[in-house]
Design a protein around this ligand. Sequence first.
Ligand SMILES: [Fe+2]
Ligand SMILES: [Fe+2]
Length: 271
Amino acid sequence: MSAITVRRSRFDAERPLPRHYFRGQSPLMSHLLTALSITFPDGEQFFVHSVRNVRDRVTDPQLQKDISAFIGQEAMHSQAHARFNAGIQADDYRLQDFEPQMQAGMATLRTRSPRRQLAATVAYEHFTALIAAHLLSRPQLFDGFDDNLRQLWLWHALEELEHKAVAFNVYQAVFGSGPESLAQRRRSMRTVSVGFVMGVATMTGNLLWQDRKASLGSPRKLLLNVRDAAYLADMVVSTLPHYLAFYKAGFHPDEVDHGALIAKWRRVLDA
Ligand SMILES: [Fe+2]
Ligand SMILES: [Fe+2]
């Protein structure tokens, strides 16, 4: 048995999905999370693809079990976020405009070598683990969060932490930890960092602009955006050392122990 559990989310895409679902109906963080959600359906399918590419070269039975659980979790995330994206999409809130670019980016990545594809996944997985750990260690951010969407984001964040080391372990098992493998991992992190940060920032700005009447049209919303900007600054400052740790030769995702955080949120989500 893998310690990684594949669960169904209690998130219900059939219920009305508020556009400003982050705590206190604040716009900026809601649009940012929605921008992340835009990347998940295609992005997480790519992660699965990049691990499957090399799965037959993994001999460790435990790692094979972890791969199965990783694939199960990412497949469910991809589907849940596709339902969320379709549900929140509207005539004046066009998430689908970003899809061709997302799909083209993923199609290009799939033409690269299996090592480069997996190194990209390892880098993206470091980002998802950083964001998940940040959110889960600040439960106050989930106060006043739309209940239904809280289920989606808590569920996804918990599972990202549970499987944070799987792609990395597969990469090391298949490609080793020698100088070439390390250089590729660092190169991919640099490329992914620029693409990911620029992509999410652009989409967040675009969504905010599409929704400008509701997001920017009242003093209350403007104040909430300022508060969200402070949350974002805190996220950048507090995750930066963990982000940079990825470039160390001896880095491993498990060097930060999230066991207690995972156990706490498992109790909440599996209750
Ligand atoms: Fe995921
Ligand atoms: Fe993941």
